[in-house]
Design a binder for this molecule. Structure first.
Ligand code: EPZ
Length: 421
């Protein structure tokens, strides 16, 4: 078994190349199911989740080739199989993104209902409601979502749920609507940059999508889509993670390719903490004062503060000069990192969907357990600044969403290595 061993105390300095966005690449790869001909995707990160999506697509008749520098070629060669089975789907919730494309292109889909995960319940009712609204029939058989249709017909669909918009439900309905007859309007659509990137890829394939990036997306159905070439946008969550790495080590980093317009809420929150993030020629630069101010923050759908950076922000606020409050509005149970940070000397207490983070003078290295992708990033950040050695187990979590993270950290001065235990 592997663990990451981090010896704290280094101030990070230098340039970090930000990779392509996992949460854009995954739905775009699924969207290739909709197309004839070849799709060429550039800047696709080399991640466990990307490799898993390629395996799922392979089983669905989508042939793929990868070169060594982030380019993937995809081509549909067989449309017989429409079943994304539990053994793969249970490993990655984003597998649900094949549902809309299979339904629209092959008129039937059988996708295992994704189970819950460590960040909480992961229902897909909005996905199913949205696709039923387009004319699909649905049933649940032995844990599989079965959907079929004779054809899909565009219509107005409200996609808001109890926690606001849904990113992958927006992706599924958007993809299905590209081949529906007539116009679809998605109200309360997710505005995340990853949805914008998906829509831009689909428009290159011949789709007629407008309003992406706003809560109202209009799609005029077309008869067919043809594969296209597309460069995946930079990963704003990876960039935000490295912004906080610079802040927590009182370092100076330049994040190459990062787009500050995708991180406005993060930049604003960090400004209040005392960390300055500015646009630079290559992307953005981060500098911080030694003193960190406590803040009150809430996670929201884009353009609000992203839930995927909540754990990382919490690690930083453990060292603020006072008490901070963090409310998690997207996944109220997304706090498994609290117990692990407290093992490192943090003083965090949970009160429902809110945690109170009492600032401490220092964190102490300790053996810790990663519970999910972003919690593992938070524990690495804490280890970078903790006194002594931190050993993080279940390293596979971090490999799902961060490309070569210890290599990137070592290159800017961190003392981190992967060890077999
Ligand atoms: C996407 O997940 C991301 N994953 C998540 O990133 C991210 O945390 C999340 O959006 C929120 O930004 C990918 O894009 C692959 P949601 P998704 O549907 O689409 C509720 C990471 O670390 N909801 O936007 O699954 C849901 O329970 C991952 O990279 C319903 O109620 O999230 C949640 O409370 C983790 N019914 C809220 O909506 C539904 O049918 C937002 O979830 C669907 C969702």
């Amino acid at each position: 078994m592997q663990c990451l061993e981090i010896i704290g105390g280094s101030r990070l300095r230098g340039t970090v190349p930000i990779s392509g966005a996992k949460n854009a690449a995954l739905p775009i790869m699924a969207a290739s199911i909709l197309t004839d001909g070849e799709t060429v995707l550039h800047n696709v990160p080399d991640l466990a989740d990307v490799r898993l999506m390629l395996t799922i697509l392979e089983r669905l008749g989508v042939k793929s080739e990868r070169d060594g520098n982030g380019t993937i070629r995809l081509r549909v060669e067989d449309e017989m199989n429409v079943h994304a089975a539990y053994d793969l789907v249970s490993k990655m919730r984003a597998s649900v993104c094949v549902l809309g494309p299979l339904l629209a292109r092959r008129k039937r889909a059988q996708v295992s209902m994704p189970g819950g995960c460590s960040i909480g319940d992961r229902p897909i009712g909005l996905h199913i409601d949205g696709l039923e609204a387009l004319g699909a029939e649905y049933e649940l058989v032995n844990g599989d979502v079965l959907m079929r249709c004779k054809k899909l017909t565009g219509r107005d669909i409200f996609l808001g749920g109890p926690f606001g918009s849904s990113v992958t439900a927006t992706a599924n309905v958007l993809m299905a609507a590209t081949l529906a007859e007539g116009r679809t309007l998605i109200e309360s659509a997710a505005c995340e940059p990853e949805i914008v990137d998906l829509a831009e890829y689909l428009n290159k394939c011949g789709a007629q999508i407008k309003g992406h990036g706003t809560p109202a997306i209009t799609i005029d159905g077309v008869d067919k889509l043809t594969g296209a070439e597309h460069r995946v946008l930079p990963d704003r969550i990876e960039a935000g993670t490295f912004v906080i790495a610079a802040a927590i080590t009182n370092g100076d980093l330049e994040l190459e390719h990062a787009r500050i317009e995708h991180l406005r809420a993060v930049v604003e929150l960090l400004r209040r903490v005392g960390v300055i993030v500015e646009r630079s020629e290559k992307g953005l630069v981060v500098s911080s004062s030694r003193r960190l101010e406590p803040v009150t923050m809430t996670t929201q759908p884009f353009p609000g503060f992203p839930t995927d950076l909540q754990a990382q922000a919490m690690a930083l606020l453990c060292l603020a000069d006072g008490n901070s409050m963090i409310t998690e509005k997207i996944f109220p149970d997304r706090f498994l990192h609290v117990a692990e940070l407290n093992r490192m000397g943090a003083r965090i207490r949970k009160e429902g969907p809110t945690v109170i983070v009492e600032g401490v003078k220092k964190l102490i290295g300790a053996p810790v357990m990663a519970s999910d992708l972003r919690a593992s990033a938070a524990l690495i950040l804490a280890g970078l600044v903790a006194k002594g050695t931190t050993r993080m187990q279940r390293v596979y979590h971090i490999d799902r969403g961060y490309e070569r993270i210890e290599e990137k950290l070592v290159a800017v001065g961190a003392n981190i290595r992967r060890v077999d235990v």
